[in-house]
Design a binder for this molecule. Structure first.
Ligand code: PEP
Ligand code: CO
Length: 473
C-alpha cells in the first residue's frame, strides 16, 4: 500500500535539498518511508489541501533545536549507563482544549513532584521527558467506528479529526496539522518559561503544590522527602565554595516527546541544520515508534531510522525477541549510546514470561539500549459499563516485576513511561484511596486511555523507590 500520490512525492523531492550535508543510513531519504507500507495514516478527502497545509508547515520555525536533541541523547546515554533515571509522562492524547495554563502547569507539577521523589529515592538525577507539546495523534484498532446504522472514520487524535460522532467532526482536516503545531509551540513556550524562570528549582518545591491534594495519602511521605532535600540542599549551599555544586538543578530542562505516528506531519518538521550532519525531527526531542507501527520494512520504522534524534520503540507482548533485535539493528545500527530507548509495555501478567527472553536476545546480539517500563498499555481493561480502565495494582506490579527481572538478567531498568494528568480525574481504579469502578463516572475525562491521577502518580513514584530499595537490600 503506497500512501501518497506521485504529485506529493514530487513536492517532497523539491523540499528535500540535494546539497544537504546529511549522512543518514544508506538509501534513506526523508521521503523513503513513502515507498513502504504504512499503517495508521488517515485518508484525507482533499489531497491538495493536505499538501498545501504540509507545505506551510514545512517552512515554519522548528519547535526545538538540534543542540537540545543532542543534549537529550547524552542524558539518555547517561541513563543507559545507570547514572540517570528517565521519567517520561503525560497524556495519552493531548487535546487542543488542554492548551491552558491550568492543565499545563498541573501536569508539570505532578511530573516535578514525581521526579523529586525519584531523584531523592534513587539518588540519581532524573531525565524529565513530557508526553506533550505534540502528542496529538493516536493509533486506533479499527479505522472506522459504527454506532447504530452509521459508520464513520475513527477518532485519530486532535491532529487529525474530532471525537464527536458526526461526519463533519470525523472527517480528517489538514488545517488541524497547523493548529497542532501552534498549540505545541504555545505549550512548549510556557513549559520553557516556567522551567527557565525557576519553577522547576529543587529549592522551591512549594511552587508545585496542588491545592486539592492536602489530604493525599502520600502527603506525609512526600513532605518528609521535601524536608530531607531541603536540608541536603541547605548543607551543600553552605559548604560549596564555588557555587557549582548544584549547577543544573535549578534549570534542569523538560524535554518533549510524542509518538511519531502521522508521518507527513513528522516529515514536515524534519530538517537539516548547518554545521551538523543528519536529519533532525525538530518538532520534538524524542519521537517514538508505537507498538502498532513497530514493523521492520514498514513506513514508521523507515522514517525513524534516518533521524539523528534519540528514538523510542514500544515493545509489546507479541513482539518476538528476534524481531526486537532486528528492529534495534535498523533503528540503531551503530549501537550509539542514548540513541534507542526500548519502552516495554507487556502487562503485569505476561511480563514475567516475555521480558527475560527480550533482554536475553538483546544481550546475545551485544546490543545495548535504555530499557524503560510503560506499565500502562499492557494493563488496559474494560469495565462492565464499557469504560476503559487500568488497575493501579497491576501497574505497580508490572513496574516491580520489570525491575526484578532486569536485575536477575544482569540488565538495568532505567526509566518509567506513564500516562498521567495533574488533574483530579477518576480513570484508573485502585491506589491508596481505593478508587472503585463505581467512582469512575465521577471525573472520567479521557477520550482515549485512562490516566493516573495526581495521587496515583505520586504513589507510583514512591513505589518505584521502595522497589529499588528492596532489590538492593
Ligand atoms: C500510547 O503510548 O498511547 C500507545 C498507543 O501505546 P502503544 O503503542 O504502546 O500501544
Ligand atoms: Co495511551
Amino acid at each position: 500500500m503506497l500512501w501518497l500520490s506521485e504529485k506529493s512525492k514530487e513536492m517532497q523531492a523539491t523540499r528535500d535539498p540535494d546539497a544537504s550535508p546529511a549522512t543518514p543510513p544508506a538509501e534513506w531519504t526523508l521521503a523513503s518511508w513513502r515507498e513502504r507500507p504504512a499503517r495508521q495514516l488517515p485518508t484525507y478527502p482533499d489531497e491538495t489541501a493536505l499538501e498545501e497545509a504540509l507545505g506551510r508547515l514545512a517552512v515554519l520555525p522548528p519547535l526545538v533545536t538540534s543542540w537540545e536533541v543532542e543534549s537529550l541523547k547524552d542524558e539518555l546515554a547517561a541513563a543507559e549507563a545507570g547514572e540517570r533515571f528517565l521519567l517520561q509522562g503525560g497524556d495519552c492524547a493531548e487535546r487542543f482544549g488542554d492548551c491552558t495554563a491550568d492543565v499545563i502547569t498541573s501536569r508539570l507539577k505532578i511530573l516535578l513532584q514525581m521526579s523529586l521523589v525519584l531523584t531523592y529515592g534513587l539518588r540519581k538525577r532524573v531525565v524529565r521527558v513530557g508526553r506533550f507539546a505534540g502528542q496529538f495523534a493516536k493509533p486506533r484498532s479499527s479505522p472506522t467506528e459504527t454506532q447504530g446504522e452509521e459508520t464513520l472514520p475513527s477518532y485519530r487524535g486532535d491532529l487529525v479529526n474530532a471525537p464527536e460522532f458526526t461526519e463533519a467532526a470525523r472527517t480528517p482536516d489538514p488545517e488541524r496539522l497547523l493548529e497542532a503545531y501552534h498549540r505545541s509551540a504555545m505549550t512548549l513556550n510556557l513549559v520553557r518559561a516556567l522551567t527557565e524562570g525557576g519553577f522547576a528549582d529543587l529549592h522551591h518545591p512549594e511552587y508545585w503544590d496542588v491545592d486539592f491534594v492536602e489530604h493525599s495519602p502520600q502527603r506525609a511521605e512526600y513532605e518528609a522527602v521535601i524536608d530531607a532535600i531541603g536540608e541536603a540542599l541547605g548543607f551543600v549551599d553552605t559548604v560549596a565554595s564555588d557555587g557549582n555544586a548544584l549547577k543544573g538543578l535549578e534549570r534542569a530542562p523538560f524535554w518533549i516527546s510524542h509518538e511519531a505516528l502521522h508521518l507527513p506531519y513528522e516529515e514536515a518538521l524534519t530538517r537539516t541544520v548547518p554545521h551538523c550532519d543528519g536529519y533532525f525531527n525538530l518538532g520534538t526531542h524524542l519521537p517514538w515508534v508505537g507498538k502498532r507501527t513497530a514493523r521492520l520494512g514498514e513506513a514508521h520504522v523507515e522514517y525513524a531510522r534516518g533521524l539523528s534524534n534519540p528514538v523510542g520503540l514500544k515493545v509489546g507482548p507479541q513482539l518476538a525477541p528476534s524481531d526486537l533485535v532486528d528492529l534495534a539493528g535498523a533503528l540503531d545500527p551503530e549501537g550509539e549510546p542514548g540513541r534507542l530507548t526500548l519502552i516495554t509495555r507487556l502487562g503485569a501478567d505476561p511480563v514475567e514470561d516475555r521480558l527475560p527472553a527480550l533482554i536475553q536476545a538483546m544481550q546475545r546480539a551485544g546490543h545495548s539500549a535504555l530499557w524503560c517500563c510503560d506499565p500502562m498499555h499492557g494493563n488496559t481493561e474494560r469495565t462492565e459499563g464499557g469504560l476503559k480502565t487500568r488497575h493501579f495494582d497491576k501497574i505497580r506490579r508490572e513496574v516491580e516485576q520489570s525491575f526484578a527481572i532486569h536485575a536477575a538478567e544482569g540488565s538495568r531498568l532505567g526509566g518509567l513511561h506513564i500516562e498521567l494528568t495533574g488533574e483530579d480525574v477518576t480513570e484508573c481504579v485502585g491506589g491508596a484511596r481505593g478508587l472503585t469502578e463505581a467512582d469512575l463516572k465521577r471525573a472520567y475525562e479521557s477520550v482515549v486511555d485512562p490516566r493516573l491521577n495526581y495521587e496515583q502518580a505520586l504513589e507510583l513514584a514512591f513505589s518505584v523507590v521502595h522497589t529499588r530499595r528492596a532489590l538492593r537490600e
